[in-house]
Design a protein. Structure first.
Length: 475
C-alpha cells in the first residue's frame, strides 16, 4: 500500500480503545458529528463530508469539552486554543472559527527571523514589476532541483491588491520533489487554493491529514499550519486570496442542486503526534517570509471542533450544467468555488474548471467564443488538451489574458468547429483545464517574465493566420 508509510506511525495514530470510551463522558449519538459523517476515502484516510459545516473530531475519547469551549482544566492536560478566520462580530453565516485542544499552545516558539530570499514574494514593490497587456503563454514550468520542498519550490507569477489592506489576490506555481519533514508553514495573509498537476501531495494539517492528487483540489485557509510530503516530482498551481474566504457560488435559477455539491467536500478527522523534536515554522506575512523554531510538533491537536477547516474536493464530482439547444454558455456555469468581491455579483476570484462533458447545441459555434473581458483570465491545464486551443496550452503550463486583452480559439479550432457536422459529441475527454478568473488587474513578477525561462514570446502568433472570410454575398 503506497500510503502505508504515510499512515503508519504509532505516535501518529488516533487511539480508539473501547474501554477508554466507556470511561469517558457519555454523549448522545446524534451529537457526535465526527462519527456520524466520517468515512474512509479511497486514499485510506477518513474524512468528514460537507461544506461550511460545524465539525467536531477527537483522537482520545472525552478530549472535546462538553457544553463549553474553555474549561478550567482541559481533559488529558490539553491547552484550548481558538483559531479565528473572521472577526468576532461577523454575521453568524460568515463567522469562521475552530477550537483546538492541543498538547502545547502555538505561542511557544523562538522569535521570528525574516527569510531574505524567496521566489514567492512581492516585497520589491509593484513599481518595479513588468507591465504588459500582451496575451501571455508559459510552457510547462521546469520541475527544478531535487532538493526543493513545497515551500522552497514556490514562485509567484502575478498579483494585485495588498494583504495589508485585506483585499487582493496572487497566483503562484510550485515545483518540488522533497518532503517538508520537520518543517511546517502557515500563511498570515490569506487562503490558498491548491491545484496539483503532477504528483500526489500528502498534506498534514493541524486538523488532520489529507492526500490531494491531480484532478483534486484543496483549500488551506489563512493561519492554518500544514506541511506537504511528496514521493515524486510534483508540480501545480496556487490561487491566493486576501480578505475573504472561498464559498460555493449561488445557484439562482439552477435550483437546489448542481455544480459543486456541498456533500462532496472532504475535511480531515483529528490526528496528532507527540514529539519533542525541533520543528521549523515558516510564515508568510505581508508578502514576506519569516521562520521560527519550536521544540514540539505543531501537529499536536488531539481534538477540535468548528467550521474553519481545511478541505479537499474531487473535480470529477462536479455536476456540469451546459447549453442543450443553441449557443455557447458563459464559463461562469463551470464555477467550483468563488471568493466574493466588493461589488455584488463580481468575484474577487473564481475557480472555474472545464471538465469532460457533452456538447449538443444546434447551429452553434461550440468552442469558447472570441472575447474581450473586464476580468483577468489565468488558465492552466492539469491533463489532456484544452478544446479551444489544441496543442497550444500544455499540461503544467499556463496562459494569461489580462483585462480587455482579446483572446479566443486558435485557427485550428475555429476552422474545425465552423465546418464540423453538428451532432452530440463528447468534449474534453481525458482532459481537465481550469481558470482563475479575477476582477483584479494582475501585475506580473520578475520571475514570470524574465526568470522562469518558459514564457513564449510567440504566443501572439496563435491567431496570426486567422483568415479574412468577409464577403458581401450573404451565405
Amino acid at each position: 500500500n503506497e500510503y502505508k508509510s504515510y499512515l503508519s506511525s504509532e505516535s501518529m495514530e488516533c487511539e480508539d480503545n473501547s474501554s477508554k470510551k466507556k470511561e469517558a463522558r457519555k454523549r448522545k449519538p446524534d451529537t457526535e458529528v465526527s462519527h456520524v459523517f466520517k468515512k474512509p476515502d479511497s486514499d485510506g484516510l477518513e474524512y468528514m463530508y460537507g461544506f461550511g459545516n460545524e465539525f467536531q473530531s477527537e483522537c482520545l475519547p472525552g478530549a472535546l469539552p462538553e457544553g463549553q469551549n474553555t474549561p478550567q482544566q482541559c481533559a488529558y492536560g490539553l491547552y484550548a486554543e481558538q483559531l479565528s478566520g473572521s472577526a468576532f462580530t461577523c454575521p453568524r453565516e460568515t463567522n469562521k472559527r475552530t477550537w483546538l485542544y492541543r498538547i502545547q499552545p502555538s505561542v511557544k516558539h523562538t522569535p521570528f527571523q525574516e527569510l531574505k530570499k524567496h521566489g514567492c514574494s512581492f516585497k520589491e514593490g509593484y513599481e518595479n514589476l513588468p507591465v504588459t497587456p500582451e496575451p501571455l503563454r508559459w510552457m510547462p514550468f521546469d520541475l527544478g532541483p531535487d532538493c526543493h520542498d513545497f515551500i522552497d519550490g514556490l514562485h509567484t507569477l502575478m498579483g494585485a491588491g495588498d494583504p495589508c489592506s485585506r483585499y487582493g489576490s496572487a497566483i503562484h506555481v510550485y515545483m518540488c520533489s522533497s518532503s517538508m519533514k520537520n518543517n511546517a508553514f502557515y500563511n498570515s495573509d490569506g487562503d490558498w487554493l491548491i491545484v496539483p498537476q503532477l504528483g500526489v501531495l500528502y498534506i498534514t494539517t493541524e486538523m488532520g491529514k489529507m492526500t490531494v492528487a491531480p484532478n483534486e483540489i484543496c483549500v488551506i485557509q489563512q493561519g492554518m499550519k500544514f506541511k506537504v510530503d511528496v514521493k515524486e516530482q510534483s508540480r501545480g498551481y496556487i490561487l491566493e486570496v486576501w480578505g475573504n474566504h472561498f464559498t460555493l457560488p449561488n445557484l439562482g435559477p439552477i435550483g437546489a442542486n448542481g455544480l459543486a455539491n456541498p456533500r462532496d467536500f472532504e475535511t480531515p478527522v483529528a490526528w496528532y503526534e507527540h514529539t519533542n523534536e525541533k520543528y521549523v515554522i515558516r510564515n508568510k506575512f505581508q508578502n514576506r517570509f519569516f521562520s521560527c523554531e519550536q521544540d514540539h510538533s505543531p501537529f499536536d491537536v488531539v481534538a477540535w471542533h468548528g467550521n474553519y477547516v481545511p478541505y479537499k474536493y474531487k473535480l470529477r464530482n462536479f455536476m456540469v450544467i451546459n447549453a442543450t439547444a443553441f449557443d455557447h454558455a458563459d464559463p461562469s456555469i463551470f464555477t467550483v468555488l468563488t471568493c466574493t468581491g466588493m461589488r455584488e455579483g463580481t468575484a474577487l476570484c473564481d475557480f472555474v474548471i472545464f471538465p469532460p462533458r457533452w456538447a449538443v447545441q444546434e447551429n452553434t459555434f461550440r468552442p469558447p467564443y472570441f472575447h474581450r473581458n473586464c476580468m483577468s483570465e489565468f488558465m492552466g491545464l492539469i491533463s489532456g488538451s484544452y478544446e479551444a486551443k489544441p496543442h497550444t496550452l500544455q499540461p503544467g503550463g499556463a496562459t494569461l489574458h489580462s483585462m480587455m486583452t482579446p483572446h479566443g480559439p486558435n485557427t485550428e479550432c475555429f476552422e474545425a468547429a465552423s465546418k464540423e457536422v453538428l451532432k452530440p459529441v463528447r468534449v474534453a475527454t481525458n482532459s481537465m483545464a481550469f481558470m482563475f478568473e479575477s476582477s483584479l488587474s494582475y501585475r506580473l513578477t520578475q520571475y514570470a517574465v524574465y526568470h522562469c525561462s518558459v514564457i513564449d514570446p510567440n504566443y501572439w502568433q496563435t491567431w496570426d493566420d486567422l483568415p479574412v472570410l468577409f464577403t458581401k454575398d450573404k451565405k
